[in-house]
Design a protein around this ligand. Structure first.
Ligand code: ADP
Ligand code: MG
Length: 440
């Protein structure tokens, strides 16, 4: 850490409460500080907006004093590496020699059923109760992040619960391909390969079979494994991110075998299912998630359950960190641009530009000190919209609007709020036109 930065921190510490300092300044790592640029590495991207709006002014002021001029602040997010995915093929769970590669974390109990996955779920439950006898293979397809892997592990766990003697093996297609490559490279491992995938396997789950595309040797081995298991009426369960015939470079004979049993798809979950998934996950985190917050997240994050979970994890981290209550404003603040509501992407800059062009004045006028009514009214509107449509604090906005006192912004906002009570007023019309322009 540079000397300048440690001096700056010493000074910051004298100006803010210790818990705030610990939460917001201690985790920062400064990797460069000179008069032009100060680079701060922050642990999560929600830091940046929060930081800029709450401490940006303070920090710049102190930096200016130490560096002789006002540097530009650069934030870099060094987000902690994501938690490792459940290790797939190689987790030989001790005590469960018959259950290989299956993660206990994913089961039917914590899989939320909705219209988007009802059929896939029912098929999976059916297969679990009578493996090898109903649908073989069971082919689950759907776009990324919609629950295929979860469902695969859930079936594996359920089969193990209902039929503990069956030897269940889950592998990612990638690790199947690796095993083929290893076997071919070391001829001796042929027996081991046969044992693993045929003789000692009653139920084989292979995740992401699109990975076989274009890999001829692996396809030959897969074909042999498939035929052997199928011939012995052993259950095969496959997942894929597309239909079998859409996998480029997949042999015809495998394409057709993939369709011998039952094909089920998982679609994007509808709003109610997304809310239910969020609530289920929140319970898991012991997080009390109000419905309006769940709705807010679920309305904006639509295509991918993993992203829904990501949003929740981020919200939890933010709440733990900031000590704020879990409500809609906090969620907006924590999730920022994740909520791709066009207004969530608004900045005071964009708002000011739009207001300036609406009233035919300049941005400079809006930020300046001119007191003509033709300028003060647009300025107040710009302040009001900036306060209500972004997460900027009063001091941050005061700084933005030409370094005023924050009470100026506060009274501008209150003034506009008063004027808006008359729905027919000129200001009401302007604000609603501007909101519409900004939402595009
Ligand atoms: P895929 O394999 O289709 O890419 P995953 O099975 O890895 O997707 O799902 C991504 C994340 O979303 C996982 O953490 C999973 O637990 C969760 N998930 C997906 N669908 C559901 C669901 N219906 N109920 C609960 N969690 C779900
Ligand atoms: Mg998956």
């Amino acid at each position: 850490m540079s000397d300048v930065w440690s001096q700056v921190l010493d000074e910051v510490r004298t100006q803010i409460r210790p818990e705030v300092y610990n939460n917001w300044f201690l985790p920062i790592d400064c990797s460069a500080a000179d008069a032009d640029e100060v680079v701060l590495n922050v642990p999560a991207d929600y830091y940046v907006q929060w930081f800029e709006s709450n401490f940006g002014g303070l920090l710049l002021e102190i930096l200016q004093r130490h560096l002789g001029r006002r540097p530009s602040l650069q934030f870099r997010c060094v987000e902690a590496a994501p938690a490792p995915e459940v290790s797939m093929s190689r987790t030989e769970t001790p005590g469960h020699a018959n259950l290989v590669g299956v993660s206990p974390a994913y089961n039917f109990e914590n899989f939320v059923v909705g219209d988007s996955n009802r059929f896939a779920h029912a098929a999976a439950v059916g297969v679990a109760s009578r493996p090898g006898e109903s649908y073989n293979p069971l082919f689950i397809y759907g776009k990324v992040g919609l629950g295929k892997t979860h469902l695969m592990h859930a079936v594996g766990n359920e089969i193990h619960r209902l039929h503990p003697k069956r030897r269940v093996r889950y592998v990612t297609c990638e690790s199947f391909v690796n095993d083929v490559v290893n076997m071919l490279a070391h001829g001796r491992r042929v027996d081991e390969f046969r044992t693993t995938y045929r003789d000692a396997c009653d139920v084989l789950l292979v995740d992401d079979v699109q990975f076989l595309g274009g890999k001829e040797k692996s396809q030959i081995e897969f074909f042999n494994v498939f035929n052997a298991l199928f011939g012995m009426r052993r259950q095969i369960i496959l997942s894929c991110d597309r239909y079998p015939h859409e996998i480029p470079g997949l042999e015809q004979r495998l394409q057709s075998r993939f369709q011998w049993g039952l094909l089920v798809d998982i679609e994007q979950p509808d709003l109610e299912t997304r809310v239910a998934i969020l609530q289920r996950k929140a319970t898991h985190f012991s997080l009390d998630l109000p419905t309006d917050v769940a709705m807010l997240i679920a309305t904006h994050i639509k295509n991918n359950v993993r992203e829904l979970e990501g949003a929740l994890t981020r919200l939890k981290a933010f709440v733990d960190f900031s000590g704020k209550p879990i409500d809609v404003p906090t969620a907006r603040e924590a999730l920022g641009i994740l909520l791709t509501d066009p207004t969530a992407l608004l900045t005071p800059d964009r708002i000011t530009r739009t207001v300036a062009s609406y009233y035919s004045v300049t941005v400079k006028d809006l930020k300046g000190k001119g007191r003509k009514r033709s300028i003060t009214m647009p300025r107040h509107v710009a302040m009001y919209l900036s306060k209500t449509l972004t997460a900027y604090s009063y001091p941050a906005l005061a700084e933005y609007f030409g370094g005023r006192d924050h009470t100026t912004v506060l009274s501008a906002v209150q003034k506009i709020e008063r004027l808006l009570q008359d729905a027919g007023s000129e200001v009401s019309r302007a604000v609603s036109n501007l909101k519409e322009a900004l939402s595009k």
